[in-house]
Design a binder for this molecule. Sequence first.
Ligand code: ZN
Length: 261
Amino acid sequence: MADDQVGTQWFYAEGGTSVGPIAEADFDAMAADGRIGADALVWRDGMDGWKPLREVRPVPAAPPAPSPSGAGPGETCSQCGRPFPAQDLIRFGNASVCAACKPAFVQRIQENAEVPHALRYAGFWIRFAALFIDGIVISIAQYAVYIPVILVVMRGAGNMDNNPWPLFAAQMILAVFSMVLAAGYEIWMTGRYGATLGKMACRLRIVTPDGGRMSYARATGRHFAKFISYFTMYIGFIIAGFDKEKRSLHDMICTTRVVKV
Ligand SMILES: [Zn+2]
């Protein structure tokens, strides 16, 4: 039993000859890195006979195994989905990202982090001023058409023995015209430029919640959603003064925001 304390000396068989003696620590290292194969016969003093390594050292701490994706010591990159050893992935909060995906990932975080903070929501009064200017713009366009039409119709009606119907019909047509004019003006301007002339004058713009561009479809929806704000006795407009993101009712319906440029 003396050799227990002094240090175990190992031998292993290679090509018909025995190699050794080898100190325990070295033997373990050689077994671990494969210099001594699992099937190689090994022996130390005190054993009955030579035995295959795998019976003596039941698979010493496995060398880095190829990672089955997701589980175990390996993880997958949250961006490209390829498996990597955990130590090769860079952690950002809950996301693990491989070296190849890191630059694009970091850039996206920065962009996403900056856009919401860059939005400066426009409050009630500046938007009221913009609406007022738009009202003047539309009124000028309306009267430029109204006045000549009404004058012509009235002159014609005078020749028709004060028949009220031509004047009435003209007013109906002009009412429809002004609705189409208002819709066309707002949808065209906001769809194309993200702002009407009134909003441009007040340096405002209508955007999506992440600061993106308006589409014509959204501009159209927003124009008609505005009617609901009118029909609620303007409460739909007024609530913009109390909302955290300064949203009017039609902004909530169309998921838009009005921001300062
Ligand atoms: Zn990746």
